[in-house]
Design a protein around this ligand. Structure first.
Ligand SMILES: [Zn+2]
Length: 312
């Protein structure tokens, strides 16, 4: 049996800190609601804190007003988070400090490659181009640095995910040296996430399996920055019998304005929690009370083999 969040051995556990960290690229959708409820129930059922962070570090991809809409929708669904909302767009100085620390440790190098020059390199698992290491040993004369990359150490990163099981990735082979400071001057998502989680004392990261590919890179950064590694649980994404993701049809539909109790019950069902029939009709407080009392992480399926049923 894999390690399951919430099951503690004889060691006295420290305080649990979970978080939900949506990107404001549009309204809250079903997949985000799965991550929100899963992370919240995991933390709360262990008596822990649940934090909220808006991942707007990628300013050009942030849609004006989307973050406020996400917060309103979460409140409408009855979510209550601890402390103030953290906005990545306001934390550039903190990311720079971590960046300078890595630079001082000779973990970074400047890269002059343009998108066009990268276009012929192999595709990494997440669909981005694998960096071929062109500038790793120094820039050719006359080349102008555009971005800064992490000098990724060789070897596999291994971690045990509470839902997905053991994950192994050779980041250097699969992704290559990845960007921490982009050509447009913005710090990369991977760096921001690791710095934010470390500073907030996050002990468990519960999020969608669409982010599983990012985790080995984030663990590498945690190690290089001397930050503790949180526990990970990557929640299922919907897939058909052939294993193809169905994010377009199910996870991506917006949930704004939908009946909260019915939709939360749908998410519970999606997460394998077997909510009793009639729960949705008993109202939002009853749904929350049942969820907190009956949260069973061991029931979460690794993959959903059918689209979530549409009750609403
Ligand atoms: Zn380069």
């Amino acid at each position: 049996m894999k390690e399951v969040l919430g099951s503690h051995s004889g060691v006295m556990p420290g305080p649990v800190v979970g978080r939900f960290a949506p990107s404001p690229s549009g309204p809250l959708h079903f997949g985000s609601l799965v991550a929100a409820l899963g992370s919240c129930l995991s933390a709360r059922s262990q008596g822990g804190q649940w934090l909220l962070r808006i991942e707007d570090v990628d300013v050009p991809r942030s849609v004006p007003g989307a973050a406020e809409g996400i917060l309103r929708t979460l409140e409408h669904f009855g979510f209550e988070w601890d402390g103030p909302v953290v906005w990545q767009s306001q934390r550039t100085a903190v990311y720079r400090e971590a960046f300078e620390r890595l630079k001082a440790g000779a973990h970074l190098f400047p890269c002059a490659c343009t998108r066009k020059e990268m276009a012929d390199s192999a595709l990494a698992r997440d669909g981005t181009r694998r960096y071929p290491g062109t500038c790793r040993d120094g820039l050719a004369p006359g080349r102008v640095p555009r971005a800064w990359r992490l000098r990724v150490p060789p070897g596999g990163v291994v971690f045990d995910d509470a839902v997905q099981g053991r994950v192994v990735e050779d980041v250097l082979a699969d992704v290559g040296d990845f960007v921490l400071l982009r050509a447009d001057g913005l710090f990369a998502y991977q760096l921001a996430v690791v710095v934010d989680d470390g500073e907030a004392g996050v002990t468990e990261v519960v999020r969608g399996a669409d982010l599983l590919d990012s985790t080995p890179r984030q663990i590498l950064l945690q190690r290089l920055l001397g930050l503790p590694q949180p526990a990970y649980a990557h929640l299922p994404v919907a897939a058909n019998a052939a294993g193809e993701k169905l994010s377009k049809q199910t996870l991506a539909r917006a949930v704004e304005g939908m009946a909260p109790a019915a939709l939360l019950v749908e998410v519970l069902d999606f997460l394998g929690q077997a909510p009793p029939s009639g729960l949705a009709e008993s109202g939002l407080p009853a749904v929350w009370a049942w969820s907190l009392a009956n949260w069973a992480p061991a029931r979460i399926p690794r993959l959903r083999l059918a689209p979530a049923p549409a009750h609403v």
